[in-house]
Ligand binder design. Structure first.
Ligand code: TYM
Length: 333
């Protein structure tokens, strides 16, 4: 039997996971779980590149874990774990730092954005963040990385570093490919639809996966559109409406043309309500399961322990190879 291809992806446990995280990444995780051998990580080491409240961060990690499970990820089929529980991420990251150029890292748009946002804390971790992400992916010999469009540049860097390393030492790493959703790879802010929806922005700009139906409807009713009344997909001139159409299309499977036809004569009110209905019916089942799962600490503990053990077993194999290739002597001579 041919071995299944491997998937790795990660989500930062910061603040509230958003509809963007769901459509761009999380939803694909459970769609891929039968066909692939998958690892899904809560990337807590990435989260500390900006200052976090420790108690809040610990809570957010558990919340994210419960959301992963509530979204339908089966912990038997998938390896679900916290990044910091598998020390090889940090170890490989250091080694890959020595194969990554300053110039490459200074071109990363997320670094430029984040250093503007956190001008008082432009730390070295923020700069080498993409190297840790490359380590996450390469550690598991990953074939496919399901991500939103905003992570494309980081994935490209991981591919370049893998290639460079392979050219020097022979085929050590699988060079990964990205897996992007056809619609919704970049869900935009509800208030500033030319920017991506982000969990670090103000509350009214995003829908959280755990927002209740009333809040979801309210936020969508207040979403910025334009002064026309035509539901038409035109991201350049109608970014707000086009964003809502993408959300509806991603969740309902309907084409842009069908959506346009459905709302040809209705105006924005009915359209926004339909978007709200689609979002609520996608998120409500997750929220129900979340309430049960997050109360079951014993279950969460089991998932974490088993996830870390299984991830470690794979990571260890890659590290043995990498250490040998770069010339680090083993403990047993
Ligand atoms: P993070 O935590 O910002 O986002 C998690 C995932 O959600 C996607 N995403 C979006 N997709 C569509 N529209 C949006 N508005 C939107 N916002 C976020 C992201 O593209 C991502 O797939 N560096 C990563 C985490 C990471 C990782 C990895 C991912 C660390 N190591 C290895 C893949 C593989 C990040 O900050 O994602």
């Amino acid at each position: 039997m041919e071995a299944k291809k491997r998937i790795f992806s990660g989500i930062q446990p910061t603040g509230n996971l958003t509809l963007g995280n769901y459509i761009g990444a999380l939803r694909n995780f459970s769609l891929l779980q039968d066909e692939y051998d998958c690892l899904y990580s809560i990337v807590d080491l990435h989260a500390i590149t900006v200052r976090q409240n420790p108690a809040e961060l610990r809570k957010a990690c558990l919340r994210t874990l419960a959301i992963f499970l509530a979204s339908g990820l089966d912990p038997e089929k998938n390896i679900i774990y916290f990044q910091s529980h598998v020390h090889q991420h940090a170890e490989l990251s250091w080694i890959l730092n020595c194969f990554t150029y300053m110039g490459e890292l200074s071109r990363m748009t997320q670094f430029k954005d984040k250093s503007q946002k956190h001008a008082d804390n432009i730390n070295a971790g923020l700069f080498t963040y993409p190297v840790l992400m490359a380590a996450d992916i390469l550690l598991y010999q990953t074939d496919l990385v399901p991500i939103g469009a905003d992570q494309k540049q980081h994935l490209e860097l991981a591919r370049n570093v893998a290639d460079r390393f392979n050219k020097i030492y022979g085929d050590v790493f699988v060079v990964p490919e990205g897996y992007f959703p056809k619609v919704g790879a970049r869900v935009m802010s509800l208030q500033e639809p030319t920017r991506k929806m982000s969990k670090s922005d103000p509350e009214d700009t995003y829908i959280a996966i755990l927002d209740n139906p009333d809040i979801i409807r309210k936020k969508l009713r207040r979403a910025i559109t334009d002064s026309e009344s035509e539901v038409r997909f035109d991201p350049e001139n109608k970014p707000g409406v086009s964003n809502l159409m993408s959300i509806l299309s991603a969740l309902s499977g309907k084409s842009m043309e069908a959506i346009q036809a459905d709302f040809a004569n209705t105006g924005y009110g009915a359209f926004k309500d339909a978007v709200a209905d689609a979002v609520i019916s996608a998120l409500e089942p997750i929220q129900k399961r979340y309430a049960e799962i997050s109360a079951d600490k014993e279950y969460l503990q089991k998932v974490l322990t088993s996830g870390a053990e299984r991830a470690d077993a794979i990571a260890r194999r890659t590290m043995r190879k990498v250490r040998k290739k770069v010339g680090l002597a083993p403990l047993e001579l």
